[in-house]
Ligand binder design. Structure first.
Ligand code: PHE
Length: 344
C-alpha cells in the first residue's frame, strides 16, 4: 500500500527549501501515484484517486506560498537620477590625509631626478620578458653557466622558439632595447644615456635582506672614448648627491657576461666612521654591479665596438633606500603595513 502521508511530508519539505518550487509538481512520485490508479480494484480506485488529488492540491498551495516568499526581495527604491550620496551610504574609505607616496616611489623619483640632471633619459622596464632580452642579447648564450645566477620565475607558456617567458631578474633586460632605440644618437654625435628604474623578481628564500620582488636602477652610457673613469665618476656623483655628502668609493673586479671588465662597486659607509650595523663593521658597503658594456652586447644592437664604448650599471634601489632610512628588513617595503608606511 502506498504511503501517501509519507510522500506528502517529503514533498512539502522539498518545496520549503526549493528555489524553483514549481519543479516539485513534476516529481516522479506523482507520476507513480497516477500510474497505480488503473491497476487498483474498482472499489478502491475512488478513494485512492481522491487522496492523490488532495495531495496534489496541498503541494500546489505550498508551491505558491514558497514562490511568493521567493518573490519578496527587500530592495530599497533608488532614485537613479539623484547624485551619488542620496542613494548610498558613503563607503568606508581611509581619509585622504592618511595616504602618502610609497617610500620606494618617492626615492625612485629622487634617483631619476639626479640622473636626469646628468643627461640620462628614464624608461620603463616590463614585468614579463623573453629569454632573448634576459640572456642572449646580454651575451649569455644558451647553456651559459652564468644563467644559473639569475633564478627567476618562468611561465609555462612558451614563445615561438619554445622558450618560457621570464619575470625579469634584473633591469639589464632593457639594455638591448635601449641601445637599439637610441642608436641613432651616436651617428648624430650624441651619447646614449638611459636609465631604467623598475621592478625585478627573483626566486629567493626570503629573509631580512632578500625579497622576491625588488627594484633596480639600470644605467647605460655609450659614446666615443668612454672609459672606466667615466663610470666611477658618474656613480660617485650620483651617490654623493643621493646621500648628500662626500663619499669614498671602491671598485673590485667581478664577473658579468654583459660587461668586460666587470666590477662590484662599494661605497664608504655613509653612516659611520668606525664600522656599524649597516656596513657590518667593515666601513664599506657593496652596492651594485657595473662595468664596460661587452663588445658582443654592442654588436647585438648593431653598434660598432671599435668606434664606440660605454658603461652600464645596475643598482638595487631597496638597498639604497634601506641604508638612507636605516630600514632593517627589506620585507617591510612590499608588506603594505600601514604602521611602517606612515613613518614616511
Ligand atoms: N644586472 C646585474 C645584476 O643585477 C647588475 C649589472 C648591471 C652589472 C649592469 C653590470 C652592468 O646582477
Amino acid at each position: 500500500m502506498t504511503d501517501i502521508p509519507a510522500i506528502r511530508e517529503t514533498l512539502l519539505a522539498t518545496v520549503a527549501q526549493s528555489n524553483a518550487p514549481q519543479e516539485v509538481l513534476r516529481a516522479p512520485e506523482f507520476r507513480k501515484l497516477y500510474a497505480q490508479i488503473p491497476a487498483l480494484p474498482a472499489e478502491e480506485r475512488g478513494a485512492f484517486g481522491q487522496a492523490v488529488n488532495e495531495l496534489k492540491t496541498a503541494i500546489e498551495a505550498a508551491v505558491d506560498a514558497r514562490q511568493a516568499e521567493l518573490d519578496q526581495v527587500d530592495v530599497a527604491p533608488i532614485d537613479v537620477t539623484a547624485p551619488f550620496d542620496v542613494n548610498a551610504t558613503r563607503p568606508n574609505l581611509l581619509p585622504a590625509e592618511n595616504g602618502s607616496e610609497h617610500p620606494l616611489t618617492r626615492e625612485m623619483t629622487i634617483i631619476s631626478d639626479i640622473f636626469t640632471r646628468m643627461g640620462f633619459v628614464a624608461e620603463e622596464s616590463r614585468e614579463i620578458d623573453d629569454q632573448f632580452h634576459m640572456f642572449e642579447s646580454l651575451n649569455f648564450p644558451k647553456g651559459h653557466p652564468a644563467r644559473d645566477d639569475y633564478d627567476t620565475f618562468m611561465t609555462t607558456q612558451v614563445d615561438q622558439n619554445g622558450d618560457s617567458f621570464v619575470a625579469p631578474a634584473h633591469t639589464s633586460t632593457m639594455q638591448h632595447r635601449l641601445l637599439v632605440q637610441y642608436r641613432d644618437m651616436l651617428a648624430q654625435g650624441e651619447p646614449i644615456a638611459a636609465l631604467v628604474p623598475d621592478r625585478v623578481f627573483r626566486n629567493e628564500d626570503l629573509d631580512a635582506k632578500h625579497e622576491h620582488t625588488f627594484y633596480q636602477v639600470e644605467g647605460i652610457y655609450v659614446g666615443k672614448s668612454i672609459n672606466v673613469g667615466n663610470l666611477v665618476a658618474t656613480l660617485q656623483t650620483f651617490l654623493e648627491e643621493y646621500y648628500g655628502r662626500k663619499l669614498n668609493v671602491r671598485i673590485n673586479p667581478f664577473y658579468f657576461p654583459f660587461t668586460e671588465p666587470s666590477f662590484e662597486f662599494a661605497l664608504e659607509c655613509p653612516f659611520c666612521e668606525n664600522g656599524c650595523s649597516v656596513c657590518s663593521g667593515s666601513k664599506w658597503v657593496e652596492l651594485l654591479g657595473c662595468g664596460m658594456i661587452h663588445p658582443n652586447v654592442l654588436r647585438a644592437a648593431n653598434i660598432d665596438p671599435a668606434e664606440y664604448t660605454g658603461f652600464a650599471f645596475g643598482c638595487g634601489i631597496d638597498r639604497l633606500v634601506m641604508m638612507k632610512y636605516q630600514i632593517e628588513d627589506i620585507r617591510n617595503l612590499e608588506s603594505g603595513k600601514l604602521d611602517f608606511l606612515r613613518q614616511f
